[in-house]
Design a protein around this ligand. Sequence first.
Ligand SMILES: C=C(O[C@H]1C=CC=C(C(=O)O)[C@@H]1O)C(=O)O
Length: 458
Amino acid sequence: MPSGRLCGTGADRPARGGGAAAVALLAMSTLPVPEAPSPAAAPTLVVRTVPLELTDPLLTLLPAGAEPDDLVSWVRRGEGLVGWGRALTFESRGPERFRDAEAWWREVVTHAVVRDEVGRPGTGLVSFGSFPFADDSAESARLVVPSTIVGRRDGRTWLTTVSLDPQLTILESPTPASDPEPPQGVTFADGSVSPADYAHSVAEAVARINAGEVDKVVLARDLVASAQSPIDARWLLRRLAERYENTWVFSVAGLVGATPELLVRRDQGLITSRVLAGTIRRTGDDAKDLGLAASLARSSKDLEEHEYAVRSVADALEPHSSSMNVPEAPFVLHLPNVMHLATDVAAVSADDASSLTLAASLHPSAAVGGTPTARAVALISELEHMDRGRYAGPVGWMDATGDGAWGIALRSGAFAPDDASQIRLYAGCGIVAGSDPEAEVAESTAKLIPMRDALSGD
Ligand SMILES: C=C(O[C@H]1C=CC=C(C(=O)O)[C@@H]1O)C(=O)O
């Protein structure tokens, strides 16, 4: 077994409140279980996937009253995965966190008893994960195997149930839960890095870049939102999904957000990655924004920043690919708050590296670390003055075959442990020689808008 912490066994708790009118589809199907699993092995999970005749939006199925930690989501344009309850969880900290998680997952997969009637990426046994950005973060990597998962792909929907008890494989068709209430009385306060501190660090980073220490470094800041009562994570997820359709709306172990950046997806031999770097704020005036998009596509400062990020992804994927397509020029990705330079990299998988192994080899890309990587990461820890936690780390899911999708946890917030009325938001910017501290403060403010607006109940 890997050295991480195994927890939550037996915590196969039913979600409170939501999906109250669930209908039993199939009951008490007992699957064959190996007689005596070795004591050192992961527990045996009993997993069942069936097709579902259901057209309700996935995010409406998340049950009311659940803790943020108990809700998982990876949804884009109505498709993806949502889940709740905890059949099994795993935590690991430090430089070996990816390796530990991968080893744990292989153990879990080896011992699971799976009956999968759908057989597509994301069906059968699936875990959701979120990893700290830094090797020395005080936070742990978290992997969660929910007890109920609903997935949708190409218009087909399925239900997966996961249990530690072979007698408990009741498959119930979920129904939409009651609508979430908006957060009440939210106030925002500086986190560990105020806008003035941030401007100061950016100026220092530019000086270090000009002194030849690094080519690019990404610096971030934080903001703390406090509400009068617990914030319903479902409200945030639904708001983000409604407004930011070009993003992946995620929730894993209390980390919630809408990321436009796909670190890596492995899907039946095809590897893809959406690289972002280079940003301009939108004005809200469409004609003006088109002009800004054109200037972003010509901005040498942004093109330089973008090129570092694309190179770092292509270099990390290269050893795992038999062929790769890296477009010569980026396109402009339009989001309601900002526009980014974006490049979609595609490759054919040459080995059996799982999506998590690929994510680990890509992390930290130059979109969140810098160039060269090791020196940029050292500079972040010297200049940033905060623990990023799981912000800017990989977040996503993986199935038993290793297929899965991992985004970079951007445009996100982390619920305070044991206090759902508080959430810490983060935003960062790539700093290169031409960066201006005040402009980077403004850019980071624009990147906080999706979470701020969702929290403000707008
Ligand atoms: C680090 C963040 O964004 C990255 C991703 C896209 C564009 C970026 C930029 O232009 O600076 C950043 O590299 C963030 O949103 O917190």
